[in-house]
Design a protein around this ligand. Structure first.
Ligand SMILES: [Zn+2]
Length: 81
């Protein structure tokens, strides 16, 4: 009697759950990348996986719209010189 929650295991590795960064120009939305609570953006491009910290810009492969994702966590305080 333990047939519940099968396949509901969170993916190990990144730890925190990932949020989908997508363009809503169509259904289902076009996935541009994912990002986690740790402020790291994950972008899959062909055979490579990019991990970006900070902000990143990309173009939707479907509608050509430009998207910017800015995860400027920790930089809310202006840099003092
Ligand atoms: Zn689009």
């Amino acid at each position: 009697m333990s047939s519940f929650a099968v396949g509901m295991h969170p993916r190990p590795g990144d730890g925190a759950s990932l949020v989908r960064w997508e363009c809503g120009c169509r259904q289902p939305p076009v996935l541009l990348g994912t990002y986690g609570a740790n402020g790291l953006i994950h972008i899959k491009a062909r055979d490579r996986y990019w991990h970006v910290r900070g902000s990143v810009q990309t173009v939707c492969p479907r509608c050509g719209g430009e998207h910017q994702l800015d995860l400027g966590q920790g930089s809310s305080t202006p840099a003092k010189q």
